[in-house]
Write a protein that binds this ligand. Structure first.
Ligand code: DC
Length: 228
C-alpha cells in the first residue's frame, strides 16, 4: 500500500495533536508535532536570552539547536528533545505558550523548522500537525485537514490537559492565550495560519476524540486506496 502525508492544521487547542497521534497509531505512521519544535526553539531562546530583534543572533542560535523526537517506551508516545535533553513537559508550560507565537513568526525560525519538517516527512507515512503543513511544508499532501472548535470548548480541553500535568491555570487566562495566539498566527507575514483550499474542514466542538480520530482515519484510508 502506498504511504501518504497527512497534514493537520488549525487553531490552537482544537485537538490537533491528540487527533494526529491517534491517526498515526491507527495507520502505523510516524507522528510529528511541529508546534513542539517551535516551542523548543522558544525555550532555547528564553534560556539563552536571545534577542528576538537581532537576526544574526537568531541565525547563530538556530545553528546550535538540535530538535529530535524519541518514543517513550512506557507511553509509546513521541517526546521532544532539545540538544539531547527531554523538554516535553517544559515546552507545554504557560510561559512558553505566551512567547511561542512571537518566536514562530520570525522568518529565520520558520525556514529552519520547515526544512527539518520536510526532511522528516520525505519518506511519507507521516501525520504532521501544525499551522502551515498543508499550505507551506507539504502543499502536495494527499490529505489535508483543517481543525477548528468553539473557543470555550478549546479552553476547557486545554485546562484539563494542563491539570493532568499538575498545572492549575485559570480558564480566562487560557482562553486569552488561545485567542491571542490564533490572532498572531493568522495575521503574521510569514506563512500565516489559513485553511488550504483543498483541506477538509473539521469542527471538533461536538466531537469526542475517538470520533475525531475515526473521521480522519476514514479520510486517510480513502486517500491511501486512491493513491495505491
Ligand atoms: O501546536 P501548538 O499550539 O503547540 O503550537 C505552538 C505555536 O507554534 C503556535 O501558536 C504557532 C506555532 N506554530 C507554527 O507557527 N507553525 C506550526 N507548523 C506549528 C506551530
Amino acid at each position: 500500500m502506498k504511504k501518504i502525508v497527512v497534514a493537520i492544521d488549525g487553531y490552537s487547542a482544537c485537538g490537533k495533536s491528540s487527533t494526529a497521534k491517534g491517526v498515526a497509531a491507527a495507520l502505523g505512521y510516524a507522528y510529528i508535532d511541529t508546534g513542539a519544535m517551535y516551542r523548543a526553539v522558544t525555550l532555547y531562546f528564553q534560556q539563552n536570552y536571545i534577542k528576538l530583534t537581532n537576526n544574526s543572533e537568531i541565525s547563530h542560535a538556530l545553528d546550535n539547536i538540535d530538535i529530535s523526537f524519541v518514543v517513550n517506551p512506557k507511553t509509546s508516545l513521541n517526546e521532544a528533545f532539545l540538544n539531547g535533553l527531554n523538554v516535553e513537559d517544559e515546552i507545554r508550560k504557560m510561559y512558553i505558550s505566551q512567547k511561542v507565537s512571537q518566536v514562530s513568526s520570525i522568518k529565520e525560525v520558520r525556514e529552519a523548522m520547515v526544512s527539518q519538517q520536510q526532511k522528516m516527512g520525505r519518506k511519507k507515512g507521516v501525520v504532521m500537525d501544525g499551522r502551515d503543513i498543508g499550505t507551506v511544508v507539504f502543499p502536495d499532501a494527499k490529505l489535508k485537514v483543517f481543525m477548528s472548535a468553539d473557543i470555550y470548548v478549546r479552553g476547557r480541553r486545554r485546562q484539563q490537559e494542563l491539570l493532568e500535568k499538575g498545572q492549575l491555570v485559570d480558564l480566562e487566562e487560557i482562553m486569552d492565550n488561545l485567542k491571542n495566539r490564533d490572532y498572531l498566527d493568522a495575521t503574521r507575514k510569514e506563512s500565516p495560519l489559513k485553511q488550504a483550499e483543498d483541506a477538509v474542514l473539521l469542527d471538533t466542538t461536538f466531537l469526542t476524540l475517538e470520533e475525531q480520530i475515526e473521521e480522519v482515519v476514514q479520510l486517510a484510508l480513502g486517500k491511501i486506496i486512491e493513491a495505491s
